[in-house]
Ligand binder design. Structure first.
Ligand code: ATP
Ligand code: MG
Length: 424
C-alpha cells in the first residue's frame, strides 16, 4: 500500500522548526501585550457568505482561492482565508462594538487555494492585529510604530514600509471611474483576468501580478489626486507621526491591497530577502466593514503578518536562539534504581521549576546511558546503580565542568546539583 502524504501546500512543522516559531510567537505576544492588545480566537470555519460579503466578490481570494464546501445540511461553509472577517463577525455577535474600543490579536492557520511555492502555501499562518472603534490617525501611527518594534525585537533589518491612502468609498468611486477610463483606453493590452475586473472592479487591476502589465499599471492615474480633503489630512497626519517616531516609509500610490474592505490608510512591509514573496505584513483601515456586516458603524484598522515568511526572515537574520538542552539527566541501571530515579526526578522538578530534567528511558547499559546524558545537553548526570540504591546515595557527574564525579546522599542531591546548573 502506498503511504499517505500531506496535502500539497500544507506543511508539517517538526519540533526543530516549531522552536523557531515559538520564539517568534513569544516576541509577538510580548510586544502586543505591552501595547495593551488582548488575544481573541475565532473558528476555522465560517459561512461562505461572510467572506464574500467582506473580502469582496471580485478579489483573488473569493474568485479562486477559497476552500468552500457544503456541510451535511447543505450550508456553504469556507475554511477561513483570513481572520478579519471572523473577528468582526464575532465582535458584532457579542455586542463588543457599541461605542467601545477593542485592541485584539489573533493567530492561526488560514487556507487559500493558491499555487504553492516558496513563501506561498495553501495552509499558512497569520498573526492578525485589529483595533476596533478608533477612527485614527493616532491608532494608525501607533499600529505601524508597534510593528516596527516587532521587527527590531526580532533582529530584522531588511524590511521596508510602504504606505498609501485609499480615501473614502466616495473618493474611491470617483477614482474608479477615472481608472476605468484609463484601462479601457488600453483594453487590448489587458489579460483576461483584468478585462473581467475592468467591469466589476477596476481597482483590482492595480493589484495584478502579471509582469507584462506592470508598466501599464505604473502609468495609471494615481489615487492621490482623487482623495477627499479629510482623507488627505488623515494621511498627512499619519505620515507626520511616523516621521516624528523615526519610522522610515515610502508612499506607494499603487498600493491598493487585495481585499475590498480597506479605506484610507493602507500599508505593507516588504523585504528583498525572501525572493518573489516579499510581503511580510499588510493591512489598513476598514471603517465600513462592521456596518457592511450588519453592525453599528465602527471605525477600525488592522493588519496581518504572514508567519511563514516572518519566521524565514528571522531565521535568515540568525536571531533564533539555539535549542535548549536538558539540565539534569538521570542514569539508572536496574529496576530498583529506575524506581529511585523516577522519584528523584520528580523531586528535582519540584525544586527547579522551568529546568529540563530527563530520566533515562528504555534501559541500556551505563555506557549507552552516559552517551544519552551527554547528547541531551545536560549540565549534570546523576547516576544510580545497585550499589547506590543499597547505600541511599547517588553519583553526581558534572558533564560540562572539569570537576570529578562525587557521591552524595539522594536527599542532598538537589542542593548539590544547583551549583552546576548555571543561569537559565
Ligand atoms: P499576496 O499579494 O502575497 O498574495 P495578499 O495580499 O493576498 O498577499 P494578505 O491577504 O494581505 O496577503 O495577507 C497578509 C500576509 O499574509 C501577506 O503579506 C503574506 O505575508 C501572508 N500570506 C498571504 N497569503 C499567503 C500564502 N498563501 N502563504 C503564505 N503566506 C501568505
Ligand atoms: Mg494573495
Amino acid at each position: 500500500m502506498s503511504s499517505l502524504q500531506a496535502i500539497r501546500g500544507m506543511s508539517d512543522l517538526l519540533p526543530a522548526e516549531v522552536e523557531g516559531w515559538a520564539h517568534v510567537e513569544a516576541v509577538l505576544r510580548a510586544v502586543l501585550d505591552s501595547y495593551g492588545y488582548r488575544e481573541m480566537r475565532v473558528p476555522l470555519v465560517e459561512r461562505t457568505e461572510l467572506f464574500k460579503r467582506s473580502i469582496g466578490e471580485v478579489t483573488d481570494i473569493v474568485e479562486k482561492e477559497m476552500y468552500s464546501f457544503e456541510d451535511r445540511n447543505g450550508v456553504s461553509l469556507t475554511l477561513r482565508p483570513e481572520a478579519t472577517a471572523g473577528i468582526v463577525r464575532a465582535a458584532i455577535e457579542h455586542g463588543m462594538l457599541h461605542n467601545q474600543r477593542h485592541k485584539v490579536w489573533h493567530t492561526g492557520a488560514m487556507f487559500r487555494y493558491e499555487k504553492p511555492q516558496k513563501g506561498r502555501y495553501r495552509q499558512f499562518h497569520q498573526f492578525d492585529i485589529e483595533a476596533l472603534g478608533l477612527p485614527g490617525p493616532d491608532i494608525d501611527a501607533e499600529l505601524i510604530v508597534m510593528i516596527s518594534r516587532i521587527w527590531r525585537a526580532l533582529g530584522i533589518r531588511h524590511i521596508a514600509l510602504q504606505v498609501n491612502s485609499l480615501g473614502t468609498s466616495d473618493s474611491r468611486a470617483r477614482y474608479r471611474d477615472e481608472l476605468e477610463r484609463y484601462f479601457r483606453s488600453h483594453i487590448d493590452l489587458l489579460d483576461e483576468d483584468c478585462r473581467r475586473r475592468l467591469d466589476r472592479n477596476p481597482l483590482r487591476i492595480l493589484d495584478t501580478k502579471n509582469p507584462d502589465l506592470q508598466d501599464l499599471v505604473a502609468k495609471a492615474p494615481a489615487l492621490e489626486e482623487w482623495l477627499d480633503a479629510e482623507s488627505s489630512a488623515h494621511f498627512a497626519s499619519v505620515c507626520a507621526a511616523l516621521q516624528a517616531a523615526d519610522v522610515p516609509f515610502r508612499v506607494n500610490p499603487r498600493l491598493v491591497r487585495g481585499l475590498d474592505y480597506y479605506n484610507r490608510t493602507v500599508f505593507e512591509w516588504v523585504t528583498d530577502q525572501l525572493g518573489t514573496q516579499g510581503a511580510v505584513c499588510a493591512g489598513g483601515r476598514y471603517d465600513g466593514l462592521v456596518e457592511q456586516l450588519g453592525g453599528s458603524p465602527t471605525p477600525a484598522i488592522g493588519c496581518a503578518i504572514g508567519m511563514e515568511r516572518l519566521v524565514e526572515l528571522v531565521r535568515l537574520a540568525g536571531t533564533i536562539p539555539a535549542p535548549r538542552g536538558s539540565d539534569i539527566f538521570i542514569v539508572a541501571a536496574g529496576e530498583a534504581a529506575q524506581a529511585v530515579a523516577l522519584a528523584l526526578a520528580e523531586l528535582l522538578r519540584d525544586r527547579f521549576p522551568g529546568r529540563r530534567i530527563e530520566t533515562n528511558l528504555g534501559g541500556g547499559g551505563f555506557k549507552a546511558q552516559m552517551r544519552r546524558a551527554d547528547a541531551s545537553g545536560a549540565a549534570v548526570a546523576l547516576i544510580l546503580g545497585d550499589d547506590e540504591v543499597r547505600a541511599g546515595t547517588v553519583a553526581i557527574k558534572p558533564l560540562r565542568a572539569e570537576r570529578p564525579q562525587f557521591s552524595a546522599l539522594v536527599a542532598d542531591a538537589p542542593g548539590l546539583v544547583s551549583d552546576y546548573l548555571g543561569g537559565t
